[in-house]
Design a protein around this ligand. Structure first.
Ligand SMILES: Nc1ncnc2c1ncn2[C@@H]1O[C@H](COP(=O)(O)OP(=O)(O)OP(=O)(O)O)[C@@H](O)[C@H]1O
Ligand SMILES: [Mg+2]
Length: 359
């Protein structure tokens, strides 16, 4: 049985692999829908045109095809970063270019989009570190609370027995420090045995405004310039309002600290163009994206892998729990958080949260 060319083209359009056929001069003969999506080329405009003209001569697909047309030998390139046509985030694509099988001089390029797989891996890594953190936090809190009660009791006893006033300030000092440790343990305990989430539909812009107002009143005139770039079409989210306040308060505090009084902090929201994996079962959701970007010195390559680790801090008075707590709640809400370099060279913390009640 012979199938028609139309049926064949429809079948290739249904395949989740990009297929692009080129003639010996590198001109497009055929492309399926997945190729159009990955390379951002519509088949109407590209057929008969040179791939180099369409994508530019520095595009990785153009270089790969060029090599195969010259050598006549198959060549592959894995995990290649291609600019995405629909959003800022790049795509991760495996490419194979093979010489035409019919002895002609053309070549066929196949494109396999690995972006979702990469995101899933990153998500699993975040969830694993979140569980590790909960475990660690519970262990530490438990181990410290017991001896603390003993120390506290001894300090009280000392306070009662010491007659010399000059010496009595030492037990006071001990009591103050114990209080500080107890507050820290309370923070940790919140993450491990805290109350159930109380989720409802929340307007995130109101949460962000509230945080920015708090921050402005707390730092008076000595604060960076704050810019809000809100997407007015942002939907309400199914989240725990207090937890979200904790998340963004930590990010804004870090940004304000990094930017300093002369700097600038930008809070930007938008709805992501693409669907992302959000739920543990791999369901895909629409996501909203919230960026907190500052004009500070940025995060060094060396520190970047550690900033979400509990107790990692480069500040003399920091506890290093801010980002660990933020990550914990974002992940619990089915979201993602990551750090990158912002446009101005400072840090850009990006939070993705799912739309709807999927998680
Ligand atoms: N906007 C930023 N710019 C530069 N470095 C940052 C930024 N945000 C976080 N960091 C780095 O990540 C580290 C960890 O941040 P995190 O908020 O977890 O703890 P912290 O701010 O040090 O202490 P705290 O527990 O008081 O928040 C910081 O010490 C800093 O080195
Ligand atoms: Mg912090």
């Amino acid at each position: 049985m012979r199938i028609s060319l139309d049926r064949m083209a429809a079948a290739l359009d249904a395949v989740r692999v990009g297929i692009l056929a080129l003639d010996g001069e590198g001109r497009v003969e055929f492309q399926n829908s997945e190729t159009s999506r990955i390379l951002g080329l519509s088949s109407g405009t590209s057929t008969g045109r040179s791939l180099t003209k369409l994508l530019g001569d520095t595009h990785p697909a153009v270089s790969l095809v060029g090599e195969v047309l010259k050598s006549g030998r198959e060549k592959a390139q894995n995990a290649c970063m291609l600019p995405s046509q629909t959003e800022e985030r790049p795509l991760w694509v495996d490419m194979i270019a093979s010489p035409a099988v019919d002895g002609g001089r053309g070549c066929v390029l196949t494109l396999h989009d690995r972006t979702i797989g990469q995101e899933l891996e990153a998500l699993v890594a975040q969830r694993t570190s979140d569980r590790l953190f909960q475990h660690l936090a519970a262990g530490i809190a438990h181990e410290i609370r017991n001896p603390l009660s003993g120390i506290s009791g001894a300090a009280q006893l000392l306070q009662q027995r010491l007659s010399e006033p000059a010496l009595r300030r030492y037990p006071d000092l001990i009591a103050e420090e114990i209080d500080r440790i107890r507050r820290l343990l309370d923070d940790l305990a919140q993450l491990t045995w805290g109350r159930e989430d109380e989720r409802r539909m929340v307007n995130l812009h109101q949460v962000l405004d509230h945080i920015l107002e708090l921050q402005m009143s707390a730092s008076g005139d000595e604060r960076p310039h704050i810019v809000r770039e809100y997407d007015p079409s942002l939907p309400e989210l199914w989240v725990d309002r207090d937890r979200m306040t904790q998340v963004f308060l930590n990010l804004v505090r870090n940004a304000v600290h990094a930017a300093g009084p002369e700097g600038r902090v930008t809070v930007r929201t938008r709805i992501e163009a693409l669907f992302q994996i959000a739920a543990e079962d791999g369901t895909r959701h629409r996501m909203v994206r919230i960026d907190v970007e500052d004009s500070g010195p940025g995060i060094s390559e060396e520190d970047l892998p550690h900033i979400f680790t509990p107790f990692f801090t480069t500040k003399p008075d920091g506890t290093g729990l801010g980002l660990a707590i933020a990550q914990h709640w974002v992940v619990r809400h089915g979201g993602r958080i990551h750090a990158a370099r912002g446009h101005a060279g400072g840090a850009r913390m990006r939070v993705l949260l799912p739309v709807g009640r999927g998680t």
